[in-house]
Write a protein that binds this ligand. Structure first.
Ligand SMILES: Cc1cc2nc3c(=O)[nH]c(=O)nc-3n(C[C@H](O)[C@H](O)[C@H](O)COP(=O)(O)OP(=O)(O)OC[C@H]3O[C@@H](n4cnc5c(N)ncnc54)[C@H](O)[C@@H]3O)c2cc1C
Length: 119
């Protein structure tokens, strides 16, 4: 299905093992395959692996998902009670709007918890 769509739009599909990317001062210009052939390119679109900026969540004992995001519940609380996570560290939908929305949820949950604790 995806292959057909690409072919309809004249996007070539090359299924060969890559040996090396050739570049000129960081500007990509060629893929060289293991069979020795090459293909000129000017850009690469690829999902890079995700990792946390720092080890603080793990040091606190927060569990991570298989993909490396901080595990959270519906109220942004991590697997460590009282520790909340919002934004890119806990969400695949990496946008400012999503980070703000998650922060709002966390703020409400934390505020509610503090009110109940003091009541
Ligand atoms: C190139 C690019 C373009 C983007 N364009 C858009 C766009 O057009 N629209 C959109 O909605 N989103 C865009 N995004 C995504 C958006 O920037 C993020 O989703 C959003 O900033 C997430 O907010 P955040 O608070 O979770 O993380 P961040 O904004 O990354 O803030 C995390 C902060 O924590 C700090 N930090 C990390 N480790 C430590 C530490 N150990 N101690 C102290 N501080 C620490 C970092 O320095 C950083 O300031 C873009 C992202 C990139 C990379």
């Amino acid at each position: 299905m995806q292959k057909e769509k690409l072919q309809q739009h004249q996007v070539p599909i090359i299924e060969k093992e890559i040996a090396v990317f050739e570049h000129n001062h960081g500007h990509i210009n060629n893929i060289i395959f293991k069979d020795g052939s090459g293909y000129p390119i000017s850009a690469i679109y690829a999902p890079g692996p995700f990792e946390q900026h720092c080890k603080i969540p793990e040091a606190l004992g927060c569990e991570l998902t298989e993909e490396g995001y901080i595990k959270i519940d519906g109220f942004q609380e991590t697997t460590v009670k009282g520790v909340f996570a919002v934004g890119d560290n806990a969400a695949k939908m990496r946008t400012v709007a999503n980070a703000v929305a998650m922060g709002t949820s966390a703020g409400i949950a934390i505020s509610k918890r503090m009110i109940l604790e003091g009541f």
